[in-house]
Design a protein around this ligand. Structure first.
Ligand code: URQ
Ligand code: ZN
Ligand code: ZN
Length: 479
């Protein structure tokens, strides 16, 4: 399969250039002016458009069993919806139940993901601890291309990792040259506040944000940062929603600690007024954790992206339909937590980020693709328009407009948190592994065409430092 993308402007995270892009057998083989189309090539006219690395969404939950039900989006429909919005890779989560063998869980998710139509990878959650978890983390790094381990500091009584688990897992990750990631909310405080609020008689969705105030997130983010600092392991904080967690990350980064922050498209654009909607379905559709916050936090999060203290954007695509959300009709604690967005992330961030001047196009590429590729160690294979990179590309029409709606989206869910938003700038073509899979509003995907992406560990700093101690000479540890 040969595709020539002609007449566009290539936009990478670090530079832009007028250039054609030639893709052969799934790989970018040439980037430059006036490339002639080889015989039989598919030619995409990118005149007046931008040619960017396909989006990488580092935080999704396709067909996740959670809170007594399963998300409605599976790996086939979810990766297809991503392609319709210019996202060509997701990093999802294998989440073992407590006491479940972590490799068994990883294999289960690998099986579920075989139907994907775009590339995917997995963070593996550490939800419990014993010697087998210690050993299996090593197997996952060495034999399965896992370089990131997730820890939910919330969800007490389910998948919450206590401090002992955090310390054990963070220590092990450092030995293996892996990065640790956290869902930063203090699960004990959430549990207590949920009880108090429910017992006061607040049972509707409006109780959800009241039980998870920003302070609860700021405390957990800072705790994870301090533990990572003492144990000398790189840390990635997922779905920062508030000033408090951003301040904790900013302080650590200013002191040279290797901490990264993610922000969701939803948390940048949507505020907590959604929980006051009198319609249960509308309010419940927005129940996710951390919750949407008051407007002051959105501005702070944009500043976090602009300042470089937040590096990536994601969606935390975790979809439940109205009948599932209704499980919490009389008790907000039972509303399955999660919202969608994998199809809309790039277009809403372009509209509210680039069109408003908050972000340059290059910063947009960094925040939607390149930074995630670098942090999770798949750059420049992913996240770059360059010779030798995978041909995962989005052709972006800055003049095209669309109005987002659940009535027309490709996501398998009956609600869209960006419902009614009109955006200017969206994908006209998406190329996945060198094939045109989305063009002019139509998907042309193949079940199972997506591939699992191995993510190599970083230099096992600990081993290097151990050897250095024995050799008494400086060690140049490649990151
Ligand atoms: O916490 C998460 O990231 C998963 C369980 C999705 N749900 C959510 O509310 N964020
Ligand atoms: Zn989370
Ligand atoms: Zn999540």
């Amino acid at each position: 399969m040969t595709v020539l993308i002609k007449g566009g402007t290539v936009v990478n995270s670090d530079f832009s250039q007028r250039a054609d892009v030639l893709c052969e057998d799934g790989v970018i083989t040439a980037v430059g002016e006036n490339i002639d189309a080889p015989k039989g090539a598919t030619v995409v006219d990118a005149g007046g458009q931008y040619v960017m690395p396909g989006g990488i969404d580092p935080h999704t939950h396709m067909q996740l069993p959670f809170m007594g039900t399963v998300t409605t989006e599976d790996f086939y429909s979810g990766t297809a919806a991503g392609l319709a919005g210019g996202t060509t890779m997701i990093i999802d989560f294998a989440i073992p139940a407590p006491q479940q063998n972590i490799i068994e869980a990883y294999q289960q998710w690998r099986e579920w993901a075989e139907k994907s139509v775009a590339d995917y990878s997995f963070h593996v959650a550490i939800t419990w601890w014993d010697d087998s978890v210690h050993a299996d983390m090593g197997t996952l790094v060495r034999e399965h291309g896992v370089n990131s381990f997730k820890h939910f500091m919330a969800y007490k009584g389910a998948i919450m990792a206590d401090d002992e688990t955090l310390v054990n897992s963070f220590t092990r990750a450092r030995e293996l040259g892996a990065i640790v990631t956290v869902h930063a909310e203090n699960g004990e405080l959430v549990f207590r506040l949920q009880q108090e609020i429910f017992e006061k008689g607040i049972t509707g969705p409006e109780g959800h944000p009241l039980s998870r105030p920003p302070q609860v997130e700021g405390e957990a983010a800072n705790r994870a940062i301090r533990i990572a600092e003492v144990l000398n392991v790189p840390l990635y904080v997922v779905h920062n929603s508030c000033k408090q967690s951003l301040e904790a990350i900013t302080r650590a980064r200013n002191e040279g600690q290797r901490v990264f922050g993610e922000v969701l498209a939803g948390h940048l654009l949507i505020d907590d007024s959604v929980y006051l909607d009198k319609d249960f379905d509308t309010a419940a559709a927005h129940v996710m954790s951390p919750p949407f916050r008051s407007h002051e936090h959105q501005e702070a999060l944009w500043h976090g992206l602009q300042s470089g203290n937040l590096q990536t954007t994601a969606t935390d695509h975790c979809c439940f339909c109205a009948d599932q959300k209704a499980m919490g009709k009389d008790d907000f604690r039972l509303i399955p937590n999660g919202t969608g967005g994998v199809e809309n992330r790039l277009e809403v961030l372009w509209d509210q980020g680039v069109n408003t001047g908050r972000l340059t196009m290059n910063e947009f590429v960094a925040a939607t693709s390149a930074n995630a590729a670098q942090i999770f160690n798949v750059y420049p294979r992913k996240g770059s328009i360059s010779t030798g990179a995978d041909a995962d590309i989005v052709v972006w029409d800055p003049e095209a407009t669309k109005t987002i709606s659940a009535k027309t989206h490709h996501q398998n869910v009956d609600y869209n948190i960006f419902e009614g938003m009109t955006v200017k700038g969206c994908a006209s073509h998406t190329i996945s592994r060198g094939k045109v899979v989305y063009a002019n509003g139509e998907l042309d995907v193949e079940r199972g065409a997506g591939r699992y992406v191995d993510r190599p560990a970083f230099a096992p700093i600990y081993d290097a430092l151990q050897k250095q101690a024995q050799r008494k000479e400086p060690v140049a540890v490649k990151r």
